[in-house]
Ligand binder design. Structure first.
Ligand SMILES: Nc1ncnc2c1ncn2[C@@H]1O[C@H](COP(=O)(O)OP(=O)(O)OP(=O)(O)O)[C@@H](O)[C@H]1O
Length: 288
């Protein structure tokens, strides 16, 4: 069960995921248990300083090293994409991307802690390995109408102060513009590619991944030092009457008269942040 409370619906929710030990840690016989303990029943994580002292932190969700990609998606990102099911269960008002609200999912942590695996892993041949980006696109594509709705993506990298287009490598230093009236932020010039099906999703994300690698090689940097930002742009069009009880929630249906044409525009941002470590600890710069 997802532990939403009524007051929780608008705040940032934070989940922690422990990754499995890597080959090096296994070879060294590193013992995670001596420094970290998960207490899933009370959503607490204990950081052990030594045998006598520890610090305890509460989170919205904890995932052990055995947690599947599917479970992480369903608990962390699915409620951002589609809130209706959760409303039914918890009787609260959540606002989701499929209902016309913007949402963001960000992965934060040190280099090598599993951010890219969690959000960006493609899992083309192994669906169980798919990360949040692929699962969110799969979920959205299966929930919208190909006749009336439009799903498109842009994929950008932020390195130092420069925004680079991962779908068109020649586009660098893309400006960030904020509309003073609406507050809407846009990046004029960034490629926005309309997506039709999952096969197309893989093609585009693979291009983005290869370009990220190429751009970082050219700049002599590493993926861990740049932020990657996938934006899913969703536009849904309907006449409320025609869509009654299907595409739009009761909240949306209640606001407009039956025969008014309605266009809902929303964005889902999925962000793979740069490694959070400090230069004095790792010898690498962090970019905040
Ligand atoms: N839950 C997991 N299950 C299996 N392997 C994982 C998991 N999380 C991370 N890994 C593996 O650990 C390694 C490091 O993960 P990843 O590259 O995602 O880290 P990162 O935090 O994105 O690092 P960076 O900041 O350097 O980009 C990768 O080989 C990845 O496949």
């Amino acid at each position: 069960m997802v532990p939403f409370k009524i007051t929780d619906s608008c705040r940032v929710r934070v989940a922690v995921r422990l990754r499995p030990k890597n080959a090096e840690e296994l070879a060294h016989g590193d013992d995670f248990d001596s420094c970290v303990e998960l207490q899933p029943e009370c959503k607490r994580l204990k950081l052990k300083k030594n045998n006598w002292s520890c610090e305890s932190y509460k989170f919205d969700e904890l995932f052990s090293e055995n947690a599947s990609q599917k479970r992480v998606y369903e608990v962390v990102a699915k409620p951002v994409v589609e809130a209706r099911k959760y409303k039914i269960y918890f009787g609260i008002t959540l606002q989701s991307v499929l209902e016309g609200y913007n949402g963001t999912v960000m992965a934060y942590g040190q280099t090598g802690t599993g951010k890219t695996y969690t959000v960006g892993h493609l899992g083309k041949d192994d669906p169980s390995g798919r990360g949040i980006m692929v699962r969110a696109l799969e979920h959205i594509l299966s929930s919208v109408s190909s006749e009336t709705d439009r799903v498109a993506i842009s994929y950008l990298q932020l390195y130092l102060e420069s925004v680079q287009d991962l779908l068109a490598l020649d586009k660098t230093n893309i400006p960030i513009v904020e509309d003073p009236k609406t507050g809407e932020v846009s990046l004029p010039g960034a490629a926005i590619v309309e997506i039709k099906d999952l096969e197309h999703v893989f093609q585009i994300l693979q291009i983005g991944e290869a370009n990220r690698h190429a751009a970082n090689t050219k700049m002599n940097t590493e993926s861990s030092r740049s932020h990657a930002i996938l934006t899913i742009h969703l536009q849904r069009s309907s006449r409320i009457k025609e869509e009654n009880n299907s595409a739009f929630s009761n909240d949306v249906q209640g606001i407009f008269p039956d025969d008014v044409p309605l266009v809902l525009k929303s964005k889902l941002l999925i962000v793979d942040l740069a490694g959070s470590e400090r230069i004095d600890k790792s010898g690498k710069a962090s970019l905040y």
